[in-house]
Design a protein around this ligand. Structure first.
Ligand code: KIV
Ligand code: ZN
Length: 540
Protein backbone atom coordinates (compact mmCIF):
# COMPACT_ATOMS: atom_id res chain seq x y z
CA UNK A 1 0.00 0.00 0.00
CA UNK A 2 1.30 3.46 -0.83
CA UNK A 3 1.17 5.66 2.22
CA UNK A 4 2.69 9.05 1.60
CA UNK A 5 2.89 9.79 -2.06
CA UNK A 6 3.10 12.99 -3.92
CA UNK A 7 1.05 11.71 -6.77
CA UNK A 8 -0.99 14.69 -7.92
CA UNK A 9 -3.90 12.39 -8.73
CA UNK A 10 -4.21 10.70 -5.36
CA UNK A 11 -6.15 12.09 -2.42
CA UNK A 12 -4.65 10.81 0.84
CA UNK A 13 -7.05 9.91 3.64
CA UNK A 14 -5.95 11.02 7.09
CA UNK A 15 -8.29 9.42 9.59
CA UNK A 16 -8.69 11.15 12.93
CA UNK A 17 -11.47 8.98 14.40
CA UNK A 18 -9.16 7.99 17.25
CA UNK A 19 -8.25 11.61 18.05
CA UNK A 20 -10.77 14.24 16.93
CA UNK A 21 -13.49 11.55 16.76
CA UNK A 22 -12.77 10.45 20.28
CA UNK A 23 -13.28 14.07 21.36
CA UNK A 24 -17.02 13.56 20.71
CA UNK A 25 -18.79 13.96 24.03
CA UNK A 26 -18.85 10.56 25.72
CA UNK A 27 -17.00 8.66 23.00
CA UNK A 28 -14.14 7.46 25.21
CA UNK A 29 -12.43 4.40 23.76
CA UNK A 30 -10.26 1.91 25.62
CA UNK A 31 -6.80 1.18 24.30
CA UNK A 32 -7.93 -2.28 23.11
CA UNK A 33 -10.81 -0.71 21.19
CA UNK A 34 -8.48 1.88 19.64
CA UNK A 35 -6.20 -0.88 18.47
CA UNK A 36 -9.07 -2.84 16.94
CA UNK A 37 -10.36 0.27 15.15
CA UNK A 38 -6.83 1.11 13.94
CA UNK A 39 -6.51 -2.41 12.47
CA UNK A 40 -9.82 -1.97 10.69
CA UNK A 41 -8.78 1.49 9.41
CA UNK A 42 -5.67 -0.14 7.93
CA UNK A 43 -7.88 -2.73 6.19
CA UNK A 44 -10.04 0.13 4.94
CA UNK A 45 -6.93 1.56 3.30
CA UNK A 46 -6.51 4.89 5.06
CA UNK A 47 -3.09 6.43 4.43
CA UNK A 48 -2.56 8.08 7.82
CA UNK A 49 -4.07 7.23 11.22
CA UNK A 50 -4.05 9.96 13.84
CA UNK A 51 -3.96 7.63 16.84
CA UNK A 52 -4.33 10.17 19.65
CA UNK A 53 -2.93 13.06 21.64
CA UNK A 54 -0.02 11.51 23.59
CA UNK A 55 0.54 14.46 25.94
CA UNK A 56 -3.09 14.37 27.10
CA UNK A 57 -2.60 11.45 29.53
CA UNK A 58 -0.43 8.38 30.12
CA UNK A 59 -3.34 6.27 28.77
CA UNK A 60 -3.40 8.26 25.53
CA UNK A 61 0.36 7.86 25.18
CA UNK A 62 0.15 4.09 25.76
CA UNK A 63 -2.70 3.73 23.24
CA UNK A 64 -0.75 5.62 20.55
CA UNK A 65 2.34 3.50 21.24
CA UNK A 66 0.31 0.32 20.87
CA UNK A 67 -1.15 1.43 17.55
CA UNK A 68 2.31 2.55 16.35
CA UNK A 69 3.86 -0.83 17.18
CA UNK A 70 1.08 -3.10 16.01
CA UNK A 71 -0.51 -1.27 13.07
CA UNK A 72 2.35 0.97 11.94
CA UNK A 73 4.10 -1.80 9.97
CA UNK A 74 6.22 -0.99 6.90
CA UNK A 75 3.34 -1.75 4.52
CA UNK A 76 0.74 -0.22 6.86
CA UNK A 77 -0.39 3.38 7.28
CA UNK A 78 1.57 6.33 8.63
CA UNK A 79 0.90 6.64 12.38
CA UNK A 80 0.48 10.18 13.58
CA UNK A 81 0.09 11.82 16.98
CA UNK A 82 -1.16 15.30 17.81
CA UNK A 83 0.86 17.85 19.78
CA UNK A 84 0.23 21.47 20.75
CA UNK A 85 3.09 23.72 19.64
CA UNK A 86 4.89 23.25 22.95
CA UNK A 87 8.03 21.24 23.64
CA UNK A 88 6.54 18.81 26.13
CA UNK A 89 3.70 17.82 23.78
CA UNK A 90 6.04 17.34 20.82
CA UNK A 91 8.39 15.19 22.90
CA UNK A 92 5.46 13.08 24.20
CA UNK A 93 4.12 12.79 20.67
CA UNK A 94 7.43 11.44 19.41
CA UNK A 95 7.44 8.92 22.28
CA UNK A 96 4.02 7.82 21.08
CA UNK A 97 4.73 7.36 17.38
CA UNK A 98 8.45 6.63 17.12
CA UNK A 99 8.05 2.83 16.93
CA UNK A 100 5.90 3.03 13.81
CA UNK A 101 7.63 2.28 10.52
CA UNK A 102 6.28 5.62 9.26
CA UNK A 103 5.78 8.03 12.18
CA UNK A 104 4.36 11.54 11.89
CA UNK A 105 4.17 14.43 14.34
CA UNK A 106 1.21 16.78 13.87
CA UNK A 107 1.59 20.08 15.68
CA UNK A 108 -0.82 23.02 15.72
CA UNK A 109 -1.38 26.56 16.95
CA UNK A 110 -4.48 28.77 16.83
CA UNK A 111 -3.81 31.60 14.37
CA UNK A 112 -7.07 33.57 14.10
CA UNK A 113 -7.18 36.89 15.93
CA UNK A 114 -9.90 35.43 18.14
CA UNK A 115 -7.66 32.54 19.23
CA UNK A 116 -4.60 34.76 19.61
CA UNK A 117 -6.45 37.32 21.70
CA UNK A 118 -8.63 35.09 23.88
CA UNK A 119 -6.81 31.76 24.02
CA UNK A 120 -3.05 32.17 23.87
CA UNK A 121 -2.57 35.90 24.33
CA UNK A 122 0.14 35.86 21.64
CA UNK A 123 0.81 38.64 19.16
CA UNK A 124 1.05 37.58 15.50
CA UNK A 125 4.84 37.97 15.63
CA UNK A 126 5.02 35.78 18.74
CA UNK A 127 2.80 33.19 17.10
CA UNK A 128 5.18 32.98 14.13
CA UNK A 129 8.02 32.36 16.57
CA UNK A 130 6.09 29.59 18.35
CA UNK A 131 5.42 27.89 15.01
CA UNK A 132 9.08 28.19 14.04
CA UNK A 133 10.23 26.54 17.28
CA UNK A 134 7.59 23.82 17.27
CA UNK A 135 8.10 22.67 13.69
CA UNK A 136 11.90 22.81 14.08
CA UNK A 137 11.71 20.63 17.20
CA UNK A 138 9.34 18.17 15.52
CA UNK A 139 11.66 17.97 12.51
CA UNK A 140 14.56 17.10 14.80
CA UNK A 141 12.70 13.82 15.50
CA UNK A 142 11.23 12.90 12.12
CA UNK A 143 11.13 14.08 8.53
CA UNK A 144 7.33 13.68 8.44
CA UNK A 145 5.86 16.74 10.15
CA UNK A 146 2.39 18.18 9.74
CA UNK A 147 1.48 21.68 10.85
CA UNK A 148 -2.06 23.07 11.33
CA UNK A 149 -2.93 26.75 11.81
CA UNK A 150 -5.99 26.13 13.98
CA UNK A 151 -9.10 28.18 13.15
CA UNK A 152 -7.67 28.90 9.70
CA UNK A 153 -11.25 29.47 8.50
CA UNK A 154 -11.31 32.70 10.55
CA UNK A 155 -7.63 33.62 10.17
CA UNK A 156 -6.61 36.70 8.18
CA UNK A 157 -5.63 35.41 4.73
CA UNK A 158 -2.30 37.27 4.53
CA UNK A 159 -1.26 36.13 8.01
CA UNK A 160 -2.24 32.56 7.11
CA UNK A 161 0.22 32.65 4.21
CA UNK A 162 2.94 33.95 6.56
CA UNK A 163 2.30 31.20 9.11
CA UNK A 164 2.34 28.47 6.46
CA UNK A 165 5.54 29.91 4.94
CA UNK A 166 7.28 29.72 8.34
CA UNK A 167 6.08 26.14 8.88
CA UNK A 168 7.37 25.06 5.46
CA UNK A 169 10.68 26.88 5.90
CA UNK A 170 11.20 24.97 9.16
CA UNK A 171 10.50 21.64 7.47
CA UNK A 172 6.75 20.92 7.66
CA UNK A 173 5.90 18.39 4.92
CA UNK A 174 2.11 18.59 5.24
CA UNK A 175 0.19 21.83 5.74
CA UNK A 176 -3.25 21.07 7.12
CA UNK A 177 -5.77 23.89 6.96
CA UNK A 178 -8.54 23.48 9.54
CA UNK A 179 -11.95 25.07 9.56
CA UNK A 180 -12.02 24.36 13.28
CA UNK A 181 -15.45 25.82 13.98
CA UNK A 182 -17.22 24.81 10.75
CA UNK A 183 -17.66 28.43 9.67
CA UNK A 184 -16.70 28.64 6.00
CA UNK A 185 -18.65 28.07 2.81
CA UNK A 186 -17.40 25.85 -0.06
CA UNK A 187 -16.71 28.82 -2.34
CA UNK A 188 -14.71 30.66 0.32
CA UNK A 189 -12.78 27.51 1.22
CA UNK A 190 -11.90 26.87 -2.41
CA UNK A 191 -10.49 30.39 -2.62
CA UNK A 192 -8.59 30.04 0.67
CA UNK A 193 -6.88 26.80 -0.34
CA UNK A 194 -6.15 27.92 -3.90
CA UNK A 195 -4.68 31.17 -2.58
CA UNK A 196 -2.49 29.39 -0.02
CA UNK A 197 -1.12 26.99 -2.63
CA UNK A 198 -0.37 29.84 -5.02
CA UNK A 199 1.05 32.29 -2.47
CA UNK A 200 2.96 30.28 0.14
CA UNK A 201 6.67 30.37 -0.74
CA UNK A 202 8.19 26.91 -1.02
CA UNK A 203 4.84 25.11 -0.93
CA UNK A 204 3.46 25.41 -4.44
CA UNK A 205 2.87 22.69 -7.01
CA UNK A 206 5.88 20.39 -7.39
CA UNK A 207 7.34 21.43 -4.00
CA UNK A 208 6.51 18.07 -2.41
CA UNK A 209 4.47 19.76 0.32
CA UNK A 210 1.06 18.12 0.75
CA UNK A 211 -1.87 20.48 1.35
CA UNK A 212 -4.62 19.12 3.54
CA UNK A 213 -8.10 20.18 4.68
CA UNK A 214 -9.72 19.49 8.04
CA UNK A 215 -13.35 20.60 8.22
CA UNK A 216 -15.92 20.58 10.98
CA UNK A 217 -19.62 20.19 10.42
CA UNK A 218 -21.25 22.93 12.50
CA UNK A 219 -23.26 24.16 9.51
CA UNK A 220 -23.52 20.76 7.84
CA UNK A 221 -20.91 21.77 5.23
CA UNK A 222 -17.91 19.65 6.21
CA UNK A 223 -18.04 17.26 3.24
CA UNK A 224 -18.81 20.05 0.74
CA UNK A 225 -15.97 22.17 2.14
CA UNK A 226 -13.50 19.28 2.07
CA UNK A 227 -14.36 18.51 -1.56
CA UNK A 228 -14.01 22.20 -2.43
CA UNK A 229 -10.54 22.07 -0.85
CA UNK A 230 -9.68 19.04 -2.96
CA UNK A 231 -10.85 20.82 -6.11
CA UNK A 232 -8.57 23.71 -5.15
CA UNK A 233 -5.56 21.38 -4.91
CA UNK A 234 -5.58 19.80 -1.44
CA UNK A 235 -4.38 16.21 -1.66
CA UNK A 236 -5.07 15.11 1.89
CA UNK A 237 -8.46 15.10 3.63
CA UNK A 238 -8.81 14.77 7.37
CA UNK A 239 -11.88 12.74 8.20
CA UNK A 240 -13.55 10.50 10.74
CA UNK A 241 -15.72 7.41 10.42
CA UNK A 242 -19.44 8.33 10.61
CA UNK A 243 -18.31 11.97 10.85
CA UNK A 244 -17.93 11.78 14.63
CA UNK A 245 -15.95 14.50 16.37
CA UNK A 246 -16.10 17.70 18.41
CA UNK A 247 -19.61 19.25 18.55
CA UNK A 248 -21.36 18.52 15.21
CA UNK A 249 -18.41 16.37 14.13
CA UNK A 250 -15.79 16.21 11.39
CA UNK A 251 -15.98 15.41 7.70
CA UNK A 252 -17.18 11.83 7.14
CA UNK A 253 -14.64 9.55 5.53
CA UNK A 254 -17.35 7.55 3.81
CA UNK A 255 -18.95 10.62 2.22
CA UNK A 256 -15.74 11.99 0.71
CA UNK A 257 -14.52 8.55 -0.41
CA UNK A 258 -17.82 7.76 -2.13
CA UNK A 259 -18.11 11.22 -3.68
CA UNK A 260 -14.65 10.80 -5.24
CA UNK A 261 -15.51 7.29 -6.44
CA UNK A 262 -19.09 7.86 -7.60
CA UNK A 263 -18.22 11.11 -9.37
CA UNK A 264 -14.84 9.89 -10.63
CA UNK A 265 -15.22 11.45 -14.08
CA UNK A 266 -15.84 14.82 -12.41
CA UNK A 267 -13.02 14.77 -9.83
CA UNK A 268 -10.61 12.59 -11.80
CA UNK A 269 -8.79 11.62 -8.62
CA UNK A 270 -7.89 8.32 -7.00
CA UNK A 271 -7.82 7.13 -3.40
CA UNK A 272 -6.45 4.05 -1.63
CA UNK A 273 -9.75 3.40 0.16
CA UNK A 274 -11.24 -0.08 -0.13
CA UNK A 275 -14.82 1.12 -0.09
CA UNK A 276 -16.17 -2.39 0.59
CA UNK A 277 -14.82 -2.09 4.14
CA UNK A 278 -16.81 1.09 4.85
CA UNK A 279 -19.95 -0.39 6.44
CA UNK A 280 -18.00 -2.76 8.65
CA UNK A 281 -15.79 0.10 9.89
CA UNK A 282 -18.83 2.29 10.47
CA UNK A 283 -20.51 -0.42 12.58
CA UNK A 284 -17.38 -1.03 14.59
CA UNK A 285 -16.95 2.66 15.40
CA UNK A 286 -20.61 3.08 16.22
CA UNK A 287 -20.64 0.05 18.52
CA UNK A 288 -17.41 0.91 20.31
CA UNK A 289 -18.21 4.57 20.83
CA UNK A 290 -21.91 3.99 21.54
CA UNK A 291 -22.70 6.72 18.97
CA UNK A 292 -25.51 5.57 16.75
CA UNK A 293 -25.58 6.35 13.07
CA UNK A 294 -28.75 8.21 12.11
CA UNK A 295 -30.86 6.11 9.68
CA UNK A 296 -30.73 8.72 6.92
CA UNK A 297 -26.94 9.24 7.15
CA UNK A 298 -25.35 9.20 3.68
CA UNK A 299 -23.67 5.92 2.71
CA UNK A 300 -23.79 4.16 6.11
CA UNK A 301 -27.27 4.94 7.47
CA UNK A 302 -29.71 2.04 7.65
CA UNK A 303 -31.94 3.79 5.08
CA UNK A 304 -29.15 4.86 2.72
CA UNK A 305 -30.20 2.19 0.21
CA UNK A 306 -33.83 1.65 1.25
CA UNK A 307 -36.57 2.58 -1.21
CA UNK A 308 -40.02 3.28 0.20
CA UNK A 309 -42.07 5.27 -2.30
CA UNK A 310 -44.02 3.20 -4.83
CA UNK A 311 -42.58 5.02 -7.82
CA UNK A 312 -39.05 4.47 -6.50
CA UNK A 313 -39.67 0.77 -5.86
CA UNK A 314 -41.12 0.43 -9.34
CA UNK A 315 -38.01 2.06 -10.83
CA UNK A 316 -35.67 -0.09 -8.73
CA UNK A 317 -37.40 -3.27 -9.89
CA UNK A 318 -36.92 -2.17 -13.50
CA UNK A 319 -33.32 -1.02 -13.10
CA UNK A 320 -31.35 -0.14 -9.94
CA UNK A 321 -29.68 2.81 -11.66
CA UNK A 322 -33.03 4.65 -11.68
CA UNK A 323 -32.69 5.57 -8.00
CA UNK A 324 -29.24 4.38 -6.90
CA UNK A 325 -26.05 6.24 -7.75
CA UNK A 326 -23.84 3.61 -6.09
CA UNK A 327 -24.49 0.01 -5.17
CA UNK A 328 -24.91 -1.10 -1.55
CA UNK A 329 -22.29 -3.80 -2.20
CA UNK A 330 -19.70 -1.18 -3.20
CA UNK A 331 -19.66 0.13 0.38
CA UNK A 332 -19.94 -3.27 2.01
CA UNK A 333 -23.65 -3.67 2.63
CA UNK A 334 -24.27 -7.38 2.21
CA UNK A 335 -27.58 -9.12 2.01
CA UNK A 336 -27.88 -10.75 5.41
CA UNK A 337 -26.21 -13.93 4.22
CA UNK A 338 -27.42 -17.06 5.96
CA UNK A 339 -24.05 -18.52 6.65
CA UNK A 340 -23.92 -20.64 9.75
CA UNK A 341 -26.28 -22.70 11.87
CA UNK A 342 -26.23 -25.08 14.79
CA UNK A 343 -24.47 -27.81 12.84
CA UNK A 344 -21.58 -25.56 11.87
CA UNK A 345 -18.29 -26.43 13.52
CA UNK A 346 -15.44 -24.47 15.02
CA UNK A 347 -13.54 -24.46 11.73
CA UNK A 348 -16.44 -23.00 9.74
CA UNK A 349 -16.87 -20.30 12.37
CA UNK A 350 -13.15 -19.49 12.32
CA UNK A 351 -13.08 -19.22 8.53
CA UNK A 352 -16.19 -17.03 8.40
CA UNK A 353 -14.82 -14.75 11.11
CA UNK A 354 -11.54 -14.50 9.21
CA UNK A 355 -13.49 -13.52 6.11
CA UNK A 356 -15.13 -10.82 8.19
CA UNK A 357 -11.70 -9.59 9.28
CA UNK A 358 -11.40 -11.09 12.78
CA UNK A 359 -8.21 -12.96 13.68
CA UNK A 360 -8.77 -14.92 16.87
CA UNK A 361 -6.37 -16.90 19.01
CA UNK A 362 -7.38 -20.36 20.28
CA UNK A 363 -8.85 -19.15 23.56
CA UNK A 364 -10.84 -16.39 21.92
CA UNK A 365 -12.15 -18.83 19.31
CA UNK A 366 -13.19 -21.33 21.99
CA UNK A 367 -15.00 -18.64 23.89
CA UNK A 368 -16.81 -17.19 20.91
CA UNK A 369 -17.67 -20.70 19.69
CA UNK A 370 -19.57 -21.33 22.94
CA UNK A 371 -21.56 -18.15 22.44
CA UNK A 372 -22.13 -18.94 18.77
CA UNK A 373 -23.50 -22.39 19.66
CA UNK A 374 -25.86 -20.94 22.24
CA UNK A 375 -27.07 -18.43 19.67
CA UNK A 376 -27.41 -21.04 16.92
CA UNK A 377 -29.49 -23.21 19.26
CA UNK A 378 -31.89 -20.37 19.85
CA UNK A 379 -31.88 -19.02 16.31
CA UNK A 380 -31.87 -21.13 13.18
CA UNK A 381 -29.53 -19.06 11.06
CA UNK A 382 -26.65 -16.98 12.35
CA UNK A 383 -25.94 -14.14 9.92
CA UNK A 384 -22.83 -12.04 9.35
CA UNK A 385 -24.48 -9.19 11.24
CA UNK A 386 -25.11 -11.53 14.21
CA UNK A 387 -21.46 -12.58 14.17
CA UNK A 388 -20.29 -8.97 14.01
CA UNK A 389 -22.52 -8.09 16.97
CA UNK A 390 -21.12 -11.05 18.95
CA UNK A 391 -17.57 -10.03 18.12
CA UNK A 392 -18.20 -6.40 19.08
CA UNK A 393 -19.69 -7.58 22.35
CA UNK A 394 -16.64 -9.79 22.90
CA UNK A 395 -13.96 -7.26 21.93
CA UNK A 396 -15.66 -4.27 23.43
CA UNK A 397 -15.09 -5.33 27.00
CA UNK A 398 -13.45 -2.79 29.24
CA UNK A 399 -11.53 -4.02 32.31
CA UNK A 400 -14.15 -6.04 34.13
CA UNK A 401 -14.23 -4.79 37.71
CA UNK A 402 -17.59 -6.55 37.82
CA UNK A 403 -18.88 -9.23 35.53
CA UNK A 404 -22.34 -10.62 35.19
CA UNK A 405 -22.80 -14.15 36.42
CA UNK A 406 -26.61 -14.45 36.34
CA UNK A 407 -29.65 -12.29 36.00
CA UNK A 408 -33.23 -13.32 36.71
CA UNK A 409 -36.20 -11.10 35.93
CA UNK A 410 -39.90 -11.30 36.60
CA UNK A 411 -42.16 -8.80 34.94
CA UNK A 412 -45.57 -8.56 33.34
CA UNK A 413 -48.92 -6.87 33.82
CA UNK A 414 -49.27 -7.95 37.44
CA UNK A 415 -46.87 -5.20 38.57
CA UNK A 416 -43.58 -4.95 40.44
CA UNK A 417 -40.96 -5.91 37.85
CA UNK A 418 -38.18 -7.50 39.90
CA UNK A 419 -34.63 -8.45 39.02
CA UNK A 420 -32.06 -10.51 40.88
CA UNK A 421 -28.46 -10.09 39.75
CA UNK A 422 -25.43 -12.15 40.66
CA UNK A 423 -22.18 -10.27 39.99
CA UNK A 424 -18.57 -11.30 40.53
CA UNK A 425 -15.97 -8.62 41.17
CA UNK A 426 -12.34 -8.49 40.06
CA UNK A 427 -11.25 -10.16 43.33
CA UNK A 428 -13.59 -13.09 42.68
CA UNK A 429 -16.14 -12.10 45.30
CA UNK A 430 -19.76 -12.82 44.54
CA UNK A 431 -22.63 -10.39 45.18
CA UNK A 432 -26.33 -11.06 44.85
CA UNK A 433 -28.92 -8.31 44.94
CA UNK A 434 -32.59 -8.05 44.08
CA UNK A 435 -34.40 -4.85 43.16
CA UNK A 436 -37.78 -3.63 42.03
CA UNK A 437 -38.12 -1.08 39.24
CA UNK A 438 -40.65 0.61 36.99
CA UNK A 439 -39.82 -1.94 34.29
CA UNK A 440 -37.53 -4.97 33.92
CA UNK A 441 -34.54 -2.95 32.68
CA UNK A 442 -34.95 -0.41 35.48
CA UNK A 443 -35.14 -3.26 38.01
CA UNK A 444 -31.94 -4.81 36.61
CA UNK A 445 -30.09 -1.50 36.68
CA UNK A 446 -31.18 -0.91 40.27
CA UNK A 447 -29.93 -4.36 41.27
CA UNK A 448 -26.55 -3.58 39.68
CA UNK A 449 -26.47 -0.15 41.34
CA UNK A 450 -27.18 -1.73 44.72
CA UNK A 451 -24.00 -3.80 44.39
CA UNK A 452 -21.69 -1.39 42.60
CA UNK A 453 -22.83 1.85 44.22
CA UNK A 454 -21.34 3.98 41.54
CA UNK A 455 -23.38 7.21 41.29
CA UNK A 456 -24.29 8.07 37.71
CA UNK A 457 -27.12 9.33 35.52
CA UNK A 458 -28.40 7.25 32.63
CA UNK A 459 -28.49 9.73 29.74
CA UNK A 460 -29.09 7.45 26.78
CA UNK A 461 -30.49 3.98 26.26
CA UNK A 462 -31.25 2.44 22.89
CA UNK A 463 -32.13 -1.01 21.61
CA UNK A 464 -31.68 -2.24 18.07
CA UNK A 465 -32.31 -5.55 16.44
CA UNK A 466 -29.27 -6.78 14.50
CA UNK A 467 -31.28 -8.60 11.86
CA UNK A 468 -34.94 -8.91 11.08
CA UNK A 469 -37.27 -11.44 12.69
CA UNK A 470 -38.47 -12.41 16.09
CA UNK A 471 -35.31 -14.41 16.80
CA UNK A 472 -32.97 -11.51 16.00
CA UNK A 473 -30.07 -10.69 18.26
CA UNK A 474 -30.68 -7.48 20.22
CA UNK A 475 -28.03 -4.78 20.56
CA UNK A 476 -28.20 -2.24 23.35
CA UNK A 477 -26.09 0.87 23.78
CA UNK A 478 -26.22 3.04 26.86
CA UNK A 479 -24.50 6.18 27.97
CA UNK A 480 -24.10 7.17 31.59
CA UNK A 481 -22.70 10.41 33.01
CA UNK A 482 -20.98 11.33 36.24
CA UNK A 483 -23.42 13.10 38.59
CA UNK A 484 -21.84 16.50 37.83
CA UNK A 485 -22.21 15.80 34.10
CA UNK A 486 -18.49 16.39 33.50
CA UNK A 487 -17.85 13.07 31.72
CA UNK A 488 -19.89 10.34 30.14
CA UNK A 489 -19.20 6.70 29.30
CA UNK A 490 -20.75 4.40 26.71
CA UNK A 491 -21.48 0.69 26.93
CA UNK A 492 -22.58 -1.92 24.39
CA UNK A 493 -24.18 -5.33 24.85
CA UNK A 494 -25.56 -7.93 22.47
CA UNK A 495 -27.65 -10.95 23.34
CA UNK A 496 -30.65 -12.85 22.07
CA UNK A 497 -32.45 -11.55 25.18
CA UNK A 498 -32.67 -7.74 25.11
CA UNK A 499 -32.84 -7.51 28.90
CA UNK A 500 -29.57 -9.42 29.18
CA UNK A 501 -28.10 -7.21 26.42
CA UNK A 502 -29.28 -4.17 28.44
CA UNK A 503 -27.54 -5.44 31.56
CA UNK A 504 -24.30 -6.13 29.66
CA UNK A 505 -24.36 -2.65 28.15
CA UNK A 506 -24.92 -0.95 31.52
CA UNK A 507 -22.23 -3.05 33.17
CA UNK A 508 -19.77 -2.20 30.37
CA UNK A 509 -20.48 1.52 30.90
CA UNK A 510 -20.08 1.18 34.68
CA UNK A 511 -16.79 -0.69 34.23
CA UNK A 512 -15.57 2.13 31.98
CA UNK A 513 -16.60 4.72 34.53
CA UNK A 514 -14.71 2.79 37.22
CA UNK A 515 -11.65 2.44 35.00
CA UNK A 516 -11.47 6.19 34.72
CA UNK A 517 -12.49 7.25 38.24
CA UNK A 518 -10.80 4.38 40.10
CA UNK A 519 -12.34 1.07 41.09
CA UNK A 520 -11.26 1.57 44.74
CA UNK A 521 -13.83 4.32 45.15
CA UNK A 522 -16.68 1.95 44.32
CA UNK A 523 -15.36 -1.30 45.75
CA UNK A 524 -18.21 -2.79 47.80
CA UNK A 525 -17.54 -3.70 51.38
CA UNK A 526 -17.70 -7.30 52.63
CA UNK A 527 -16.86 -10.42 50.73
CA UNK A 528 -19.86 -12.64 51.32
CA UNK A 529 -22.72 -12.77 48.87
CA UNK A 530 -25.60 -10.62 49.99
CA UNK A 531 -29.23 -10.86 49.13
CA UNK A 532 -31.78 -8.19 49.68
CA UNK A 533 -34.36 -6.12 47.91
CA UNK A 534 -32.46 -2.97 47.08
CA UNK A 535 -35.25 -0.68 46.13
CA UNK A 536 -38.84 -1.30 46.96
CA UNK A 537 -40.03 1.37 44.63
CA UNK A 538 -38.88 3.19 41.60
CA UNK A 539 -36.80 6.28 42.09
CA UNK A 540 -35.19 5.02 45.28
O1 KIV B 1 -10.22 21.33 14.30
C1 KIV B 1 -9.01 21.57 14.45
O2 KIV B 1 -8.53 22.69 14.25
C2 KIV B 1 -8.16 20.48 14.89
C3 KIV B 1 -6.69 20.75 14.83
C4 KIV B 1 -5.99 20.22 16.01
C5 KIV B 1 -6.15 20.22 13.55
O3 KIV B 1 -8.63 19.41 15.20
ZN1 ZN C 1 -10.70 19.24 14.44
Amino acid sequence: MASRVNDENVVLFFDTTLRDGEQSPGATLSSAEKLEIARQLARLGVDIIEAGFPAASPDDLAAVQRVAREVGTPDGPVICGLARAVDKDIIACWEGVKDAAKPRIHTFLGTSDIHLKYQTGLSRAEALEVVRKAVTLARSFTDDVEFSPMDAGRTDSQFLVEVCAVAVACGATTLNIPDTVGYVTPQEWHETIANLIAETPGAGKGSGVVWSVHCHNDLGLATANSLAGVLAGARQVEVTINGIGERAGNTSLEEVAMALQTRAPYYNLKTHINTREIVKTSRMVSNYTGMHVQPNKAVVGANAFAHEAGIHQDGMLKHASTYEIMTPESVGWTQSRLVLGKHSGRHALKVRLQELGYELDKDQLNHIFGRFKALADAKKNVTDADLEALMTDELNRPTEFFRLQDIQITSGTMGMPTATARLVDIDGREFVQAAVGVGPVDACYKALDAVIRCPNTLIEYSVHSVTEGIDALGEVTVRIALPDGSRSFGGYGADKDVIVASVKAYLAALNRLMASTGYGEHKPEGSAATLGVAAAQSGS
